[in-house]
Design a protein around this ligand. Structure first.
Ligand code: FES
Ligand code: FES
Length: 132
């Protein structure tokens, strides 16, 4: 079917050529780190943002995902999506948008949830750092 084909194309593309894989120095004051896990399957996702103090925008973003293809694709998609966004904009991205964009089947919804949790966690970490 068409939806099965596009699931494969988009997920496999992000899976085979994931964007923005890597790490940012966690101790940098302008870096926020999100580290989240999915209890259901044990997969883990780390997503980091670097925020420009003046503009308040996300200027760099990296991820490492130890998980299934859908989780890797979701985090890769998320990194592309949030670059250049304000923290407010980035915090409003829902996993349903990712799932729709990557045509994830219902059983893979929690994989995209990991990406939503990860960006929220990274934003929270950055804000906590800035407040202290
Ligand atoms: Fe198929 Fe995880 S991508 S089981
Ligand atoms: Fe758990 Fe995909 S199967 S994150």
């Amino acid at each position: 079917s068409l939806s099965l084909r596009s699931y494969h194309e988009k997920v496999i593309d992000h899976y085979e050529r994931p964007r923005n894989v890597g790490s940012l120095p966690r101790s940098d004051p302008d870096v926020g780190t999100g580290l989240v896990g999915a209890p259901a399957c044990g997969d883990v996702m780390k997503l980091q943002i670097r925020v420009d103090d003046k503009s308040g925008k996300i200027v760099d973003v990296k991820f490492k995902t130890f998980g299934c293809g859908s989780a890797i694709a979701s985090s890769s998609y998320m990194t592309e999506r949030v670059r250049g966004m304000s923290l407010e904009e980035a915090s409003q991205i829902r996993n349903t948008e990712i799932a729709k964009e990557l045509c994830l089947p219902p059983v893979k919804l929690h994989c995209s949830m990991l990406a939503e949790d990860a960006i929220k966690s990274a934003i929270k970490d950055y804000k906590t750092k800035r407040a202290t």
